[in-house]
Design a protein around this ligand. Structure first.
Ligand code: BGC
Length: 747
């Protein structure tokens, strides 16, 4: 009898506790709730939370059992899945997770890099807009769609600084500049997380790849990174700090080793800096298989050692290596990993599940009706069109060929990208096969001109073709036209992960095609769609007008037509330097001066120069033209000295002196003339995007504070030193219109 009562009471207690896990009285704080779940968990269940697998079935197919995958979900031995799309699949899986002992909900992650259903411009293109509100809104829409489709977590933003366009992943970041990159990192995190986790349209952001992945030697993906601590702190870490400050829920570490230690097992990065100094409270996920890849790095002997190294270094979740799954429990049992380390990681993961509201309702993001609505929301396409046009950069416009008149009679549209749809999406689009949703450049022109103009079309060549067979047809239609638009660039899988290129010239015979058409004598506009800065010197030197259109996503065609015909005056500015040739790489504007700087390209004798190549890029950082002109004048500083921690105001007048209304991105650069460590020749410290009607003037004011004058000294202290600073305001890093100096007195 006693035994029966005991059994009954134990069962009652057990089920009562389970109910609390699912229901949770609201009075408890999240930390208390986490503790009560943790107490119930076995070691295997805890380790399970620290694993993430990729979904083993096609996005549109049924769930097919693969290995013991579903058994693990049912057994409560899996924390998260990636690559599961849609309300139906996520709901089905969550239902299986709800059959587990403790009913701990799964987290669904996905690479929502530049849009989910609606594909927005690639991040590098959006960075060219220098429009933080628009960038935030783009991430907001992506999050709204993804969350409506059952996704809790995006592996974005990528905030890696990138100075080498051979690296294919430059398309995924904000370019080469730390200040611009940090601003954008914050904007994208805010966009993804909206009003905060727990809201129905918020997904967790993931700042990646921590850290310094963008500095892979030679621009070769996954390669080692070797850099000074000062470069790390000054140029590569700030965008991550900005993401953490904006509340990024998660971080992802990286494939590379940093100065010999793989980032995945780098406790200096993950424990000392991120979780320590920056007090990051979210969790860290490894990159895909990066725990196990430490074996190939030669850092550990096997997955057992890999799991040990990664977990002790602060890596909370193992994406796809199965190293935690297979070895972590054993490592705890052998006292190699304190259970406290596992508890700490699990707490961080559970906390996000609580914050998302999944313990209260695991199906919170599984509403089919909402999914339908959000994935077919016409507003989203309008917003995509808006940021797409803002991302386009006008590189050249001789004799004001652009904007084109809508009364042109005949336009020849030539080139392999003119009618292409999928190529408009670029790498990392979530790949919806519905081509009706994507507006090709040709369709964009049709939409803009209706039946008013005759459009002639010839492909000319393929993107990578070596054949010129299509040239004659293209020349023939060019000869019949009033103006020719040539659309060239990269295929969507030529920039992106594992897409490093040693040759970043326009691929195939595309530049030959441009030459052939140019020789007809017709006015030529070239559109270049690509995921990275490309080299196209002949084109840049000869054709009248060039628009760099990146990969703009679904609304590419409409946005490009808006710019071509002047319904939008281009305002984009390059977020990365465009090299003259690969031999200059890496090339970036904020370099040090050296002791033997070359004044110009004739100044090569024992100079820091090439004897056979210019040191100047083709197009500098911050460069981009407009259909109008802007005058900068009337620079005033509120004081010639900064002292006692005060600030100074820097103001000037910007005037639109041309015929079109338009926006100018005014850029403020500083140089510390003499310091205890060598400083860059200039550094972007602020910018403003200003809209002006023709003839209109506005006063623009920047505030110079101590933060803008600070740098890391030799001891890695963030300090200022008294002395003279050069202030430069301009339209690009190389087009400085206003200059003055000021003094910092004291520290
Ligand atoms: C990439 C990450 C990505 C992950 C998941 C990795 O190969 O480096 O950026 O989030 O895969 O797809």
């Amino acid at each position: 009898m006693y035994r029966l009562t005991f059994l009954f009471r134990s069962c009652f207690l057990f089920f009562a506790t389970l109910q609390t896990v699912a229901g949770f009285s609201q009075k408890k704080t999240i930390d208390q709730k986490i503790d009560s779940v943790l107490k119930l968990m076995t070691l295997d269940e805890k380790v399970g939370q620290m694993n993430q697998y990729s979904g083993p079935w096609a996005h549109t197919g049924p769930i097919t059992e693969q290995g013991d995958f579903l058994q693990q979900v049912k057994g409560g031995k899996l924390g998260s899945l990636l690559n599961i799309n849609g309300v139906q699949h996520t709901r089905e899986l969550q239902q299986i997770a709800m059959q587990s002992r403790l009913k701990i909900p799964l987290l669904f992650g996905q690479d929502v890099i530049h849009g989910y259903r609606t594909t927005f411009p690639i991040p590098l293109a959006e960075a060219a807009s220098w429009d933080l509100q628009a960038i935030e809104l783009s991430a907001r829409i992506a999050a709204t769609e993804a969350a409506a489709s059952g996704i809790h977590w995006t592996f974005a933003p990528m905030v890696d600084i990138a100075r080498d366009p051979r690296w294919g992943r430059v398309m995924e970041g904000a370019g080469e500049d730390t200040y611009l990159g940090s601003q954008i990192a914050g904007a994208r995190v805010r966009g993804f997380q909206g009003k905060g986790l727990g809201n129905i349209d918020a997904v967790m952001a993931c700042a990646k790849h921590f850290a310094a992945y963008g500095a892979a030697i030679g621009g070769r993906d996954y390669n080692s990174v070797d850099m000074s601590e000062r470069t790390l702190w000054e140029f590569y870490l700030p965008p991550f700090k900005a993401a953490a400050d904006a509340g990024a829920a998660t971080f992802m570490n990286s494939f590379n080793d940093l100065n010999g230690i793989p980032a995945t097992a780098n406790s200096y990065l993950q424990k000392d800096i991120l979780k320590g100094k920056w007090k990051f409270k979210g969790f860290i996920v490894s990159d895909w298989g990066s725990v196990g890849e430490m074996v190939k790095h030669g850092y550990v002997k096997n997955n057992y050692e890999a799991a040990l190294a990664a977990v002790l270094a602060g890596n909370d979740m193992d994406m796809e290596s199965r190293a935690y799954r297979n070895h972590l429990a054993q490592l705890v049992k052998e006292n190699k990993v304190p259970v406290a380390v596992v508890n700490e990681a699990v707490k961080r993961i559970l906390k996000k599940k609580f914050e998302l509201g999944l313990f209260d309702d695991p199906y919170k993001f599984s509403n089919a009706q909402r999914e339908q609505q959000e994935l077919n929301n016409p507003e989203h396409k309008k917003i995509a069109r808006d940021i797409s046009k803002k991302s386009i950069v006008l590189l050249k416009n001789e004799n004001n060929l652009l904007p084109l008149s809508k009364n042109i009679k005949t336009i020849a549209v030539i080139g392999p990208l003119a009618k292409s749809k999928m190529e408009m999406l670029g790498f990392w689009s979530t790949g919806w096969p519905d081509s009706n949703y994507i507006v090709s450049q040709y369709e964009g022109l049709q939409n803009k001109l209706g039946t008013g103009a005759k459009l002639l079309y010839a492909r000319g060549c393929g993107i990578e073709d070596s054949s010129r067979n299509g040239f004659d047809e293209a020349i023939a239609i060019a000869q019949q036209a009033d103006v020719v638009i040539i659309s060239v660039g990269e295929k969507r899988d030529m920039s992106g992960e594992a897409k490093s290129r040693s040759n970043i010239h326009l691929p195939g015979v595309q530049e030959e095609l441009i030459k052939a058409i140019y020789s007809t004598g017709k006015p030529v506009v070239v559109l270049i769609s690509a995921g990275r800065p490309l080299i196209f010197n002949w084109t840049a030197d000869h054709v009248q007008s060039i628009l760099y259109t990146w990969w703009l996503g679904d609304e590419a065609g409409n946005a490009i037509a808006d710019v071509l015909f002047g319904d939008y005056n281009p305002s984009g500015k390059l977020p990365m330097t465009f090299p003259l040739t690969e031999g200059q790489l890496p090339i970036y504007y904020n370099h040090f001066n050296t002791g033997r700087p070359a004044e110009n390209d004739r100044d090569r004798f024992y100079r820091s120069a090439y004897i056979d190549l210019s040191i100047h890029p083709k197009f500098p950082f911050g460069y981009g033209l407009s259909y109008t002109n802007f005058k900068y004048d009337n620079l005033k500083l509120s004081s010639a000295t900064i002292k006692d921690g005060k600030t100074i105001d820097v103001s000037f007048t910007l005037t639109n002196t041309g015929k079109y209304s338009g926006e100018e991105v005014v850029q403020l650069y500083l140089r510390d003339e003499v310091a205890s460590v060598v400083r860059p020749v200039k550094e972007l410290k602020d910018f403003r995007k200003v809209f002006l009607q023709p003839g209109e003037s506005k006063q623009v004011t920047f505030i110079i504070n101590k933060e803008k004058l600070s740098f890391y000294n030799q001891k890695l202290q963030w300090i200022t030193e008294p002395g003279k600073f050069d202030l430069m305001i301009g339209s690009s890093s190389d087009d400085i219109r206003l200059k003055q100096s000021f003094e910092l007195n004291g520290n």
